[in-house]
Design a protein around this ligand. Structure first.
Ligand SMILES: Nc1nc2c(c(=O)[nH]1)N[C@H]1C(S)=C(S)[C@@H](COP(=O)(O)O)O[C@H]1N2
Ligand SMILES: [Mo]
Length: 457
């Protein structure tokens, strides 16, 4: 993280948090035990829904009692989204419009999947280390809201503050020291479709291939600075940002409320940003205008868009997005699911269309990208003989935590016919992409080596 101005001195109360170790695994185990023991409250979800959802997820444990304390409507919302209206009309070929996404979605850049848009990896070949907003995937639970930055307010509230609720305008945030960093945002379900096409397994959810990922330079303020200004108390444990988009209603009609997911305080105080700029421009509507959370290296849902309020809590918080969703369910996992997912796994992708064609007897330059939520990319290998031999790809970016690396390798195919291209990365933790990924019913964290089909002719 680059701080453009030195951060303000911290109070003694704050240093207690700074000293708190960031042990995500321990945090998750503790929260899971508390959930099972019924200590936590399921914020914002009606009790009957918690019971039903717990049943559906095979949760045999006590369902937590509901706590109150949720504020009502939020200031600064201008819902009235204009779903399906692309600005600037259509020039030339009419771009595809997904319900609820504002920006144009040209066919050569995106695959529309329900309310979401997946970036075609071959379209990234024309982009640099940063993904322009025009090429950045969109994952919307509902529709992109149109929010007026002038009337927008961020409310920080909860029993984890020393005093009452605190409101920030965008101008207030911009007066704080700015902080920026380059980070990818990747959906936990990125690659889900490959469970089916590569492993013959059917997972629920959007059947993304590899394009539910993008990397931008985010600029804003440190969440830590905002929490401190709001009066963070010593006994705070969780922080839960919530979006201003419409509540999410499941297929069977259950309203789960607005998108929200708790973060452990240690992560919230570490490297999390409240971003108001993406690649040097104000955030575009589809990516969270005017302010979104950016949680580097963690699964995309942690990076709440259109943030309107942040609950700071003295007790563990739960939402459907860390209980029924974004855990691993299925064979090999406990009935209540794994601990809530935090960091992303690692992946590699060629900047090629599926079934790309190559001329035999010519040298071709293969390009792609690799990334990991576990650490920086250490190296990338490719195989053009179905995994028989592997060789190192040339890296084109200095590997950094939370960022992807562009790479290339030359290939001189000689024999016409169908084939597969393989790429795999190893990160600085020593983890390498495996041949297969253990199945989970919601298809999260696919990280196996992808068998990219090509034809030599
Ligand atoms: N408020 C809100 N925040 C959200 C979402 C959403 O639907 N609403 N989707 C989440 C998910 S699942 C992902 S993967 C990322 C996607 O960010 P992007 O659309 O900017 O690519 O946003 C996250 N933040
Ligand atoms: Mo996601």
């Amino acid at each position: 993280m680059t701080l453009s101005t030195p951060s303000t001195p911290t109070s003694t109360a704050d240093s207690a948090y700074a000293a708190q170790p960031l042990d995500e695994a321990a945090y998750d185990r503790r929260r899971l035990r508390q959930w099972l023991a019924g200590e936590a409250r399921a914020a914002g979800v009606a009790r009957r829904d918690v019971l039903r959802l717990a049943g559906a997820a095979g949760l045999a444990a006590t369902v937590p009692a509901l706590g109150g304390g949720l504020p009502g409507a939020h200031a600064g919302t201008a819902p009235g989204a204009a779903p399906g209206t692309a600005p600037g009309g259509t020039q030339g070929i009419a771009p595809r419009i997904a319900p609820g996404i504002v920006k144009p979605l040209p066919d050569d850049v995106f695959t529309v999947r329900g309310t979401n848009a997946e970036t075609r990896f071959e379209a990234l070949a024309a982009t640099g280390r940063l993904t322009p907003a025009s090429h950045f995937f969109v994952r919307n639970h509902t529709t992109t809201p149109r929010i007026d930055a002038g009337t927008w307010r961020l409310t920080v509230w909860g029993d984890g503050l020393t005093g009452g609720a605190h409101e920030f305008t965008l101008a207030d945030l911009k007066r704080l020291p700015s902080a920026s960093r380059t980070a990818f945002v990747e959906c936990a379900g990125n690659g889900r479709g490959l469970f089916t096409t590569q492993q013959g397994q059917q997972a629920s959810g959007t059947a993304w291939t590899l394009g539910a990922v993008g990397q931008a330079h985010w600029r804003g303020v440190r969440l830590a600075d905002v929490l401190r200004r709001a009066g963070l108390a010593r006994h705070a444990v969780d922080v839960m940002p919530r979006g201003l988009d419409d509540g999410y209603v499941t297929a069977d009609g259950t309203d789960l409320g607005r998108v929200r997911r708790p973060l452990p305080l240690a992560k919230a105080l570490d490297d999390v940003l409240l971003a108001y700029e993406m690649n040097g421009e104000p955030l575009p509507p589809d990516h969270g205008h005017p302010v979104r959370v950016v949680v580097p290296s963690w699964i995309g849902v942690a990076s709440v868009k259109w943030v309107g309020d942040i609950e700071v809590s003295a007790t563990p918080l739960y939402s459907p997005w860390n209980t029924d969703f974004y855990r691993l369910f299925g064979p090999g996992h406990p009935p209540q699911g794994s601990a809530p997912l935090t960091r992303q796994t690692l992946k590699s992708a060629f900047e090629l269309p599926w079934h790309a064609r190559f001329e035999a007897g010519t040298r071709h330059r293969l390009t792609g990208r690799s990334w990991s939520g576990g650490g920086a990319v250490d190296h990338v290998e490719i195989s053009t003989d179905n995994g028989g031999t592997w060789r190192r790809a040339r890296l084109h970016d200095a590997p950094r935590r939370g960022s992807w690396v562009r790479w290339s390798a030359d290939w001189h195919p000689r024999t016409p016919g169908p084939g597969v291209l393989l790429a795999r990365t190893t990160d600085t933790t020593g983890r390498t992409q495996p041949a297969t990924t253990a199945f989970n019913t919601q298809g999260y964290l696919f990280d196996a080596v992808v068998r990219h089909p090509v034809t030599v002719e």
